[in-house]
Every structure is written in C-alpha cells, then in structure tokens.
Design a binder for this molecule. Structure first.
Ligand SMILES: [Fe+2]
Length: 343
C-alpha cells in the first residue's frame, strides 16, 4: 500500500487515475524472469474420461451446446479465464453419436486434436473434415464451423484455443450461424490437393498464398513421417517435426506452433529452455516428463502443461515401443511480440 492522503486518493479516483510507483509498480513486473504462475501440470485421461461421460448424463448437447471440461492450471488461482497456460486454453469435449453442434464462428483461433473415437466430422467453411484419432483439425479465427457425429461410440477431442489472448486484449467474440446449414461437403484439401509433400497448386509470383489452405493434418501420416525419420536419423538426433502451412511454411495458427516428437525406447530428451509456454498431448506410448523438478508419469491420451522458462526432460520409459508427444506452444506469439528468448 502507498499510504496516500485520503483526499489525494479520492481526487485520483474521481479523475480515473492511479498512483503507480514503489510496490504497485513492482507488483506488475516482480522479477528478472516472467512469473506467470503457470505450474507444470498433468491431466490423466483415465481420470478425466469418467467425468466426461458423467457430463453426458447431466446435460444434453442441445442444452449445453457443447460439453467441455476445461483443463485448468493449478497455479492460476482465480484467473478470469480457465486455461492451461497464460495463452493456451485446453478443453476436453465429448460428443455422442447423432449429436450435432450448430454452425458458428468466433475470434479465438482454434484447433481440435482427436483423442478418442471415430465417425465425427467438422465442417470448416465449405470443407467437411473427417476426424480420426490423433488428427489435428483447424478452425482458424472467424472461420464458420460446425460438427456432427455419424459414428457409434462417444468421441472426445482436445480443443486448443487462444481464448486467454482474445479476452486479455478485449477481442473475444462469438457469432451463431443462424441455423443455416453449412457446406458443400467438399473433402478437405489434405485429401485432394495437398497429398504430396512439396507439391502445391501452381501460383504465379504475384498470387497471394492462402493463409489456411488445409484444415486437417492426419496423424497417421505424421506418425509415419516420424517413424521414417527415426529409422534414418543418428541415435543422438532428437526426432521433432513441425506442422506447417503447405503453401507458406508458416505455423498453423498465428499464435501457436504445433509439432510432434518421437521418443525412442528408453530415450530422454531435454528441450531448450525458452520463454514459450506449451501444452502436450500424448499420442502414443508411456513415459515421464520432469518439469522444473517435478515428475509426471504419462500414458496415451494424457495432457500436460509446461510453464515458460522451465527445465524439462521427457523420457520414454518403455524398452521396446516408441512414444509420441504432440506439442502446442506459443513461441510464434512470443516471437512476434519480441518476448521470445532461449536460455
Ligand atoms: Fe467453435
């Protein structure tokens, strides 16, 4: 507290002013490194899944519009937005056979990573995008989208959004689609146009490259690429591949990078210490991640959150099978803002 004279404080209040010196200023920037409060965190899918199923008993999709359990970082306390890191919202969403979520769009940019099940689809603008376990499906900022489920079992995916950013900058917006059914049901271009790495439709030098040319990144193909790289790489080379826009080479969503790691049996990797925060989804295998000295043992479908500037070690604890981690991080955002550092 600044112990200001009462009349002075009142005058400042009347003028919409605030004294910002001493401890007040210090509380805004408390140390030489950011102290966002994010903790290393782990959500075991086997603990979350029963709660998702219970949600289907407690509310219909029609009433809820969507049933999502947000993954809340335990370090945040009473944050205005439930989020896994200061920039990344993660939510596990369950959808039952026959359910449908109406067309809508929003300012938060989004991706869904399919965790369990098959038979659901997302329509993004005019593309009907199939969703299979492990796939990354993009619903970028202000793109119309809806989803439905034509399969026979419950389906779960991990929603990844930049909601904390849109809220922080006062840009959070959601627009319902007015009941208009989207779509000409074209196949997503990952199935037709972008089937060969390095080959894209002809563009003259004056033509603009599309910002979001394809919406689906099939896990089956990504895993095959990781396996192939692992077969030829030297034993000491970490296997870490990045998702990119096939037309521009840029990251998938403006604030976030998506990448995938293969950990060989028994392998430990130590990623660079950076100012990016990240989230991980275990796409296969078993292992453990040490985050700032705390060890989290994970298995397929688990999620983790990693604070900025943390010291991390990922280990595949199996002696025979590879492990796969899908990573989302906010390095592009931090870089654009000039905050990105590697230690
Ligand atoms: Fe949405």
């Amino acid at each position: 507290m600044l112990n200001l004279p009462t009349d002075y404080s009142e005058q400042l209040d009347d003028l919409n002013l605030r004294a910002l010196w001493g401890p007040q200023l210090k509380s805004l920037m408390p140390g030489i490194r950011p102290q966002p409060g994010t903790q290393g965190a782990h959500w075991k899918y086997r603990d979350v899944r029963p709660q998702l199923l219970r949600a289907t008993e407690l509310t219909t999709a029609e009433n809820a519009e969507r049933r999502v359990l947000a993954l809340v970082n335990p370090g945040f306390g009473a944050m205005p937005v439930s989020a896994a890191t200061p920039t990344i919202f993660l939510g596990l969403q369950i959808i039952l056979p026959g359910e449908w979520a109406p067309k809508h769009r929003h300012s938060p940019t989004a991706a869904r990573i399919i965790v369990e099940g098959e038979g659901a689809y997302t329509t993004v603008e005019n593309s009907k995008v199939r969703m299979v376990e492990g796939d990354v499906v993009l619903t970028p900022t202000y793109h119309w989208h809806e989803h439905g489920h034509e399969g026979k079992e419950p389906m779960v995916w991990l929603d990844v959004l930049d909601i904390p950013i849109t809220v922080a900058v006062g840009e959070a917006a959601f627009e319902p689609g007015g009941g208009v059914v989207t779509g000409t049901n074209q196949n997503d271009k990952s199935a037709t146009v972008y089937t060969c790495p390095g080959i894209i439709p002809y563009r003259s030098p004056s033509e603009k490259r599309p910002e979001y040319p394809m919406f689906r990144y099939e896990w089956k193909r990504v895993r095959a690429a990781l396996d192939t790289v692992a077969a030829y790489a030297g034993r000491d080379e970490p296997i870490h591949m990045m998702y990119v826009n096939p037309e521009t080479g840029e990251n998938l969503l403006k604030p976030f990078d998506f990448s995938a790691r293969l950990l060989r049996p028994g392998e430990t990797v130590e990623p660079k210490i950076t100012s990016a925060t990240s989230a991980l989804l275990v796409q296969g295998g078993k292992g453990e991640s040490e985050i700032d000295g705390k060890v989290f043992s994970w298995e397929q479908r688990d999620s983790l959150a990693v604070p900025c500037f943390s010291r991390v070690r990922h280990t595949n604890t199996s002696s025979s099978a590879p492990a796969y981690l899908l990573q989302v991080d906010d390095a592009p955002l931090m870089h654009k803002l000039g905050y990105y550092q590697e230690v």
